[in-house]
Design a protein around this ligand. Sequence first.
Ligand code: HEM
Length: 288
Amino acid sequence: MSAADISIAGPAPTTSYLFHRHALLVRITHWINALAILFLLGTGLNIFNAHPALYWGQYGADDDDARRWLEIGSADSPDGKPYGFLRIGSLTVHTTSLLGISAGADGQPQAIAYPAWATFPSYRDLATARNFHFFFAWVLILNGLTYLGYGLVSGHLRKDLAPRLKELSLRNIGHDIVQHARLKFPKGEEAKRYHILQKLAYGGVVVVLIPGVIFTGLGMSPGINAAWPWILELFGGRPSARSIHWVCANLIMVFIIVHLLMVVLAGPYNEIRSMITGKFRVDPETAK
Ligand code: HEM
């Protein structure tokens, strides 16, 4: 049963009660997805470290300055001190300690794009990172198809995640942004459904970002590329597909940071319990 299926007739309850919020299949696929994404991001950053630059078009290599639009690296300042940098187009930002130069596994500074703590494995090992990356990519694909299949058949995607036309009004979106900024989370009947910012964020991840990393990833995979070369052609070449893959992965990272922050602010015990057992505590509208 989905959140939108349940409504309480009669006067609004004056005490808190438990409500069945998430179907079993949504909960199982959510946690498998979280595990797969964790490994995909860690291994993806390790793979990116092997060549920490992005190009646009059909080709791209070390000396292809014209096609390179992003680079993470290190250089020496005029006084001979090394610094880390992120370069996007003509903009260069110093990022020592985080990007370009950071502490290695032994605590000593090392020249590496993404830091050891963010990559899996934490040391340079392209072969292991690629093996794990490809394994979890298939976990993500099969798990995602299960979630989408269930979501379509049960109506979960249509009823709970797809925004209604009237919810898309600027007034409603503005109201939701203000409520979030004031850390006011819905209570009573309103707490039983996703509000518009949640729908846009979840919908964006499910319909755009995850399919985006999957399609660009499939396109770059040599076996799939041999069978279906049209995927890479669609993105305008391997370097472009790799760029879009990286952008989608970074937007997923941004989503996760905001998602976890919201879970903590909305009440981590109730939120995480609802994604494990399905049961969500609804507080009465009068509760502070
Ligand atoms: C340890 C990390 C995570 C925790 C603790 C967590 C927690 C939660 C919780 C509590 C909800 C329910 C929110 C509500 O009912 O209002 C939720 C829903 C959701 N989460 Fe996460 N999440 C995590 C990782 C992720 C990741 C990595 C993704 C995808 C990139 C993701 C995508 C989603 C989506 C799409 C939903 C809506 C599911 C639906 O109703 O169909 N989560 N998460």
